[in-house]
Design a binder for this molecule. Structure first.
Ligand code: ADP
Length: 334
């Protein structure tokens, strides 16, 4: 089928797309978000209007793009995809908006990274379905109003707190996606294995699920790597033992920590005595961008209870020291 062809080309993106749930009913977990969003869409359909603008926030790989696609699918509307960094000028946004049709869904990934002038144009487009296109510069500049057909904006961001208040306020529905629990990830691994034609045992699936960092994208990726391992080093079946050995090879530990997660806590404990240390300093020390440490590694470490954000900086918890097999320094007496 098409999956095998996509994989033969080594096209991981195509595989990822094939594993995406297409409808709300197919989405695993996120029960509250599913129910709330389902209601928003059903009500809009009933009124024959476009749904309110939707803001989705949460760490990468939790299903923001998937939900945007589902919104368009459930509204039987075309989806247009763009991203904050792609919109460097207000003109870029004007070009996108002027090409929209009634009821279109516009997905803007990383919406917090849009340029300020584009952001201001977006406020007006979201609220009044029109924009002012400015022609010329300086005192001679004129604003030409441009009507836009009603549309639904779906914005995605790794952290809603990064959005300016006026932009956040213009979304009628905001959903925060949370990390998935092991039971949900288990369902996702089984579902994906079915779609990919991978044979796996219950405890094989559970092993992958429990090391997936609470993240569906990672669950799917680990499944594919373990499937490779099973094919080359075993008889193709993903058993518990095969999963363990495969995941070890790919440096994913029992808790699902990857290389970056481990680098962050190792650095925090070994170089900074467990903190507190500022996020920028910590990022430089692990050789990563601040955003990556803050938006990718940190949320999971916080959720595991390995790292705490304090006003004075990031602090490693006793559990983090234990995980590294180190003795935590004595608690300061205060
Ligand atoms: P994001 O946009 O938040 O980075 P995506 O929507 O691209 O994440 O999701 C990454 C992958 O994880 C998708 O290919 C999809 O297969 C899978 N996925 C995400 N959320 C779910 C879910 N709730 N149920 C099943 N699979 C999911």
């Amino acid at each position: 089928g098409s999956l095998t062809a996509a994989e033969a080309e080594g096209d991981e993106r195509a595989v990822e797309a094939a594993l995406r749930p297409k409808t709300l009913a197919e989405v695993v977990g996120q029960h509250r978000v599913r129910e709330q969003l389902g209601l928003v869409l059903e009500a809009a359909r009933g009124r024959g209007r476009v749904p309110d603008h939707v803001l989705l926030s949460g760490p990468p790989g939790l299903g923001k793009t998937t939900l945007a696609m589902i919104i368009a699918h459930e509204m039987t509307a075309p989806l247009r995809l763009t991203s904050g960094p792609a919109i460097t000028h207000a003109g870029d946004l004007a070009a996108i908006l002027s090409g929209m049709n009634d009821g279109d869904v516009l997905f803007v990934d990383e919406i917090h990274r849009m340029s300020r002038p584009a952001e201001e144009m977006l406020y007006m487009a979201m609220e009044d379905f029109r924009v002012d296109v400015v022609i010329g510069k300086g005192p001679g500049a004129t604003a030409i109003p441009l009507e836009i057909p009603p549309f639904t904006l779906v914005g995605a961001t790794t952290r809603a707190g990064l959005l300016p208040g006026p932009l956040r306020d213009r979304f009628g529905f905001t959903a925060r996606l949370e990390f998935y629990d092991a039971a949900d990830l288990d369902l996702i691994v089984h579902r994906s294995a079915g779609l990919l034609g991978v044979e796996l045992t219950e405890d094989g699936a559970a092993e992958i699920a429990s090391r997936s960092r609470g993240t569906p994208r990672i669950a799917n990726r680990l499944l594919r790597r373990v499937r490779d391992y099973a094919q080359v080093k075993a008889d193709g079946v993903v058993t518990h033992d095969v999963a363990r050995r495969g995941l070890e090879l790919y440096e994913v530990d029992e808790l699902g920590l990857d290389r970056l997660d481990r680098a962050v806590i190792e650095c925090l404990c070994r170089h900074f005595g467990g903190g507190p240390v500022g996020i920028s300093t910590l990022a430089v020390a692990v050789g990563e961008e601040r955003e990556t440490v803050e938006e990718v590694a940190e949320p999971f470490l916080v959720r595991l209870g390995f790292l705490a954000r304090t006003p004075r900086g990031r602090v490693a918890t006793a559990a983090a020291w234990r995980h590294l097999g180190l003795d935590a320094p004595p608690q300061p007496a205060d």
